[in-house]
Design a protein around this ligand. Structure first.
Ligand SMILES: C[S@@+](CC[C@H](N)C(=O)[O-])C[C@H]1O[C@@H](n2cnc3c(N)ncnc32)[C@H](O)[C@@H]1O
Length: 497
């Protein structure tokens, strides 16, 4: 069965629950030691109120992390570096070293790690990786051009991140990735064309004359040139000719057509310019600062895992790794210590996984925990509740009173949804306008607010759209069925459809 586990909490505890040698790939995109705090945009300007909330901190002198690593060599390295570094960088490296040691432990012998960082600390992280994985298992320092050119004061514009790629052993999973040929290359080499498309002409011979074998024979009055043999036996040459795939030069030398669509492309190199950043209009954008594009993760997971292999991301942020792994049919084990990030991950993962079971840990699991969260961190509560409803936050419509979302329920109740999560205990009419009542076949999900549900139903009846309104009580939201298989399965079990 495909493994899916999302943990809201510190990743060291999470790592320690994972059995040794059970994971095929670890992707880590930790804070980069940038010395700043990061935000998540939860409401867009047009919906009023404050726009951002704290997502995570990347300032390391705040909490000293003790060195809890069972690796004498890593101790030696870090103790040697400490006197030369600032305390905050030392703290950061201690934090990272313990996770890198855990990553090595959980990786299968054929597994790999990709550590995403930037030039602020990549050189120190590479030393730790060399010590833990062995310099002989270093595969690439990938340069990912993550943003557009911009001017920077008195230096070259910093536009790239670094991704350090190591395998656990010399025998590791590798599916060669290719990228399409550049237009100039195609124009230069793919000069022929016919009804099947553009083609280039490739030789029909190989090196070595192989006289006396079935590769050296007279074909249409021609022998292979001196020192060479035919690439195919005579039957195959006949087939290619009959299929119109051979072209004969004036001297009668055959050449084979290779079409553009048959060529694999160019083997991918270690400088990646072709995956751009998520811009303001990107549909996958969640508002979480540092969110990576799904295509970046798809590339690494496809290259370094097999179908059914498990990917682990201990710093999952908005959930990109879980979505990419799910779409590729891989298992995923992911963690983030921010409940806000873990909730964004759950929204996205639930949409990708449908009703498949997801193991959740560290999320509110009782009514009293959920109520306490609402009192203490209403925005996080709104993100969590929206994720439980299987919806994604609608930043343009959310306010500090209400988190709104949109999505679909699972296969059983296949329908569009709109969700409304009041962030305070609703005391009167909810803040919904006439335009909030959507048209078409839509399920309105109100969260723990029978009053909102009643008002919405009345409005829907007045305006006439085909809207069914379901109120989800907190008890149902925290039930084990909802937490595992999502709301759709609980509603189906209740016969609410
Ligand atoms: C750079 S972001 C990851 C972004 C992610 N790749 C994405 O596409 O959204 C780093 C994440 O690590 C999380 N984090 C930092 N320290 C952590 C820890 N000790 N345990 C779990 N998560 C942690 C932060 O909350 C933050 O969400």
């Amino acid at each position: 069965m495909t493994e899916r586990h999302l943990h809201a909490g510190d990743n060291l505890d999470f790592f320690r629950e994972v059995d040794p040698e059970t994971v095929q790939m670890v992707y880590m995109d930790p804070p980069f030691a940038s010395g700043r705090d990061y935000k998540a945009v939860m409401r867009s300007r047009r919906s009023g109120g404050s726009e951002t909330v704290d997502a995570f901190s990347d300032i390391w002198n705040r909490d000293a992390s003790p060195l809890r690593i069972e690796s004498p060599k890593v101790h030696v390295l870090l103790n040697a570096l400490a006197p030369a570094l600032t305390p905050s960088l030392t703290n950061y490296l201690h934090m990272m070293a313990s996770r890198i040691v855990e990553a090595w432990r959980v990786l299968e012998p054929r597994g790999s790690i990709y550590l995403h960082c930037d030039p602020a600390a990549s050189h120190y992280l590479k030393m730790i990786l060399d010590v833990v994985f062995g310099p002989e298992n270093f595969r690439n320092e990938i340069v990912w051009r993550r943003t557009h050119a911009h001017s920077s004061s008195r230096r070259y514009g910093p536009v790239h991140d670094v991704i350090l790629f190591y395998s656990k052993t010399g025998d590791y999973v590798w599916n060669q990735p290719y990228v399409p040929y550049a237009r100039e290359y195609l124009d230069k080499y793919y000069t022929g064309s016919d009804s099947k498309g553009r083609y280039q002409l490739i030789t029909c011979t190989g090196p070595g004359d192989r006289r006396g074998t079935r590769a050296h024979y007279e074909w249409r009055g021609q022998y292979p040139p001196p020192g060479r043999h035919w690439a195919w036996q005579v039957e195959r040459m006949e087939e290619l000719d009959a299929a119109g795939l051979l072209v004969h030069s004036a001297t009668g030398v055959p050449r084979r057509k290779r079409y553009e669509h048959e060529a694999p492309g160019v083997a991918l190199q270690d400088v990646w310019n072709d995956i751009g950043r998520l811009d303001a209009h990107s549909l996958e954008r969640t508002g979480y600062e540092t969110q990576k594009p799904i295509s970046l993760l798809t590339r690494m997971i496809s290259a370094s895992t097999e179908h059914g292999g498990v990917v682990l991301d201990p710093f999952v942020g908005s959930g990109t790794t879980a979505v990419a792994a799910e779409e590729l049919g891989r298992g995923w084990l992911v963690a983030d210590r921010s409940l806000l990030a873990a909730s964004l991950t759950l929204s996205r993962a639930r949409r990708a996984a449908g009703e498949a079971p997801i193991r959740l840990s560290g999320f509110p699991s009782s009514k009293s925990e959920a109520v306490a969260l609402r009192t203490k961190e209403p925005t996080t509560y709104g993100a969590w509740a929206t994720s439980i409803l299987g919806a994604s936050i609608d930043r343009g419509r959310s306010s500090d009173e209400m988190t709104e979302g949109h999505g679909t329920l699972g296969a059983e109740i296949s329908s569009k949804t709109r969700s409304w999560v009041p962030l305070r205990k609703p005391s009167g009419a909810p803040q919904m306008s006439e335009s909030d009542v959507p048209g078409g076949v839509t399920i309105g999900l109100t969260f723990d607010s029978p009053i909102s549900a009643r008002i919405l139903r009345a409005r829907a009846a007045r305006t006439g759209p085909n809207l069914r309104v379901i109120n989800v009580p907190l008890e149902d939201a925290v039930s084990s069925a909802t937490r595992s298989a999502g709301l759709a399965s609980s509603l189906a079990a209740d016969g609410a459809s």
